[in-house]
Write a protein that binds this ligand. Sequence first.
Ligand code: PMV
Length: 326
Amino acid sequence: MVVSVFAPTNIALIKYWGKRDSQLNLPFTGSFSMTLSDLGTETQIQNAQADHFFLNDIEFFSDSSEFKRVFQVVDHFRKRFDLSEKLEIVSTNNFPTAAGLASSASGMAALVFGLNEFFGLNLSKKEMSIIARQGSGSASRSFWGGFVRWNKGTEKDGGDSFAEQLFDERHFRELRMIVNVVSSEKKAVSSREAMQGTVQTSELYQKWVEENDVMVEKAVEFVEKKDFLSLGKIVEENALFMHETMRNAKPPVDFLKKESWEIIDLVQKMRISGEAQGFVTMDAGPQVKILCLENDVKIFQERLSEFDFIEEQFICSVGSGPRVLN
Ligand code: PMV
């Protein structure tokens, strides 16, 4: 039997940064994301003589961290549901992998969604969100379309730390995210290490924790009211605050490049001059995503075309959740 699925990626409007439990991936704060249309991971699962994992046509062997991460999740399923099958897992991302574009979110979500389908388990999305969270925090949010909140939870075993959809993909359809890839190189520091360094050594971390949940609440309200300018303002503020908090770690963590700042400057200048209303957000990598409304996409594309360092650009709308392909 072969099962083929697709899971979308999501970009946090209000970010998750820092774990209160790094084994279970339990966050210090909640986070809130938009599911992106088109960008994501396609994963095929089938029986095999031995376990194999391929990502973007490259086989990762059992001593690699990629293989271990995937088969840790498979082992969770095997143990919990008393299964013994060996599997070949073939995943393909339709965007740069491990460059701060949330490939781990769609990758983990596709894996968990695919295993649920392959083994015919009928798990709820809540259960899948909890399993995926342990592989990659942001993956907990990739099981739904639209706008999704990951609740931090308070239980020690993480039973109440899962995501939920607040508004589906028919809401706020005029919203766009322009994803600008300025470097598709794999990042030097993983988000896991960077988070740990920030939690342990950044003087700003306490402030981050105090403010983030309030920002989640506000952003949810702005999405509900479709108040684009208030939403954009808080989204940009949150992303810049996250990067400032990690730059304050010892040693500092800085995912942004000179090129990222050139895009950020342009977007801010265009906003001040009234040319177009866009707001930036950046994750654990140098890529800059611009949140804007449909009407302004063209002007941004025109102005961004002056930057020849942009390797790839994706115009995303609010996307739908994972689906079975076969
Ligand atoms: O899910 P992880 O461990 O790859 O961490 C993702 C962290 C950010 O992308 C920076 C923020 C977020 O909430 O997605």
